[in-house]
Design a protein. Structure first.
Length: 288
């Protein structure tokens, strides 16, 4: 208990409950726990407040490095983050990130890392992106492009409209990144914050974390007021996510309403191709 100053002269001292770290809940191998959800979302909001937004989405597929055991994955990931931290510290840039680990039968264990890259000069950012494979392995081993990659966003580059950007410049884009990274919330927590809950597989080891610059202790030292889950709302993004998943499912299944482009094995002879008049009305074959 801490004694605070009385609110008025002559009033009795007020006893204030100390701020405590949220209690850790029981292990859940299939979802991100409620306390983990609160920590991730507060870390993301705190990063926005500190002007170190998490605007770079890096994905690492561990099975492609022949890493399957949980401890080996976490150990390699810790070395990778340490090398990235030193790379940024050498350039006097802050290190801020959060990560989640998911599992699927197709991709195996993989990490979604949201990293702050706003304060990097475009040239330095390019150097970082090219250095990611070496930072991951610690040597010059040539990696398959799918081992570690930086996801694109939906904004085209103004200087090259044929390419898409890597940095999420707007708050809306960054909201989309954290909502996607947190799609492994339990269904009740996901519904509470408006995130579309998706099955992210079974992970029997630690499945999320944040940098020391964004953790509970750093937030407390900065005077950050922890926000409850009810204060986060991603419901607008959840509707888009469900729509995109439905459209992707229909495209894969070839459902009616989403015709697939049909490519002929052999070109149709000119004499058999349908002809139209000037108004676009089909005419009989062989007539004009």
């Amino acid at each position: 208990m801490r004694v605070t100053e009385p609110a008025a002269v002559g009033a009795s001292p007020v006893l204030e409950q100390p701020v405590r770290r949220p209690r850790r809940q029981d292990q859940d191998t299939s979802h991100l726990r409620r306390d983990q959800a609160s920590n991730l979302l507060n870390a993301w909001a705190f990063a926005e407040h500190q002007l170190t937004p998490l605007d770079l989405h890096v994905v690492v597929h561990w099975e492609r490095l022949n890493l399957i055991a949980g401890q080996s994955i976490l150990a390699q990931q810790a070395k990778f983050l340490d090398r990235v931290s030193k790379w940024l510290r050498k350039r006097q840039k802050p290190m801020a990130y959060l990560w989640t680990i998911e599992f699927s039968a197709k991709k195996g264990h993989h990490t979604h890392l949201l990293l702050s890259a706003k304060q990097l000069h475009p040239r330095a950012l390019g150097n970082l992106l090219r250095s990611l494979p070496k930072l991951l392995t610690g040597d010059d081993t040539t990696l398959h492009p799918c081992v570690i990659r930086v996801e694109c966003n939906n904004s085209l580059l103004p200087h090259d409209p044929s390419r898409r950007g890597r940095v999420a410049h707007t708050e809306g884009q960054r909201r989309g990144l954290v909502a996607y990274g947190c799609k492994g919330f339990t269904p009740d927590v996901a519904a509470r914050v408006g995130i579309n809950a998706e099955n992210q597989g079974e992970v029997r080891f630690r499945r999320c974390g944040v940098s020391r610059s964004l953790d509970w202790s750093a937030r407390r030292r900065a005077g950050w007021t922890e926000q409850s889950l009810d204060q986060f709302d991603f419901s607008d993004l959840a509707a888009k996510r469900r729509h995109n998943l439905e459209m992707a499912s229909q495209r894969r299944s070839g459902a009616p309403g989403n015709p697939q482009p049909a490519w002929r094995a052999f070109p149709m002879p000119e004499s058999l191709r349908p002809r139209t008049d000037l108004g676009g009305v089909p005419t009989a074959l062989g007539t004009s």
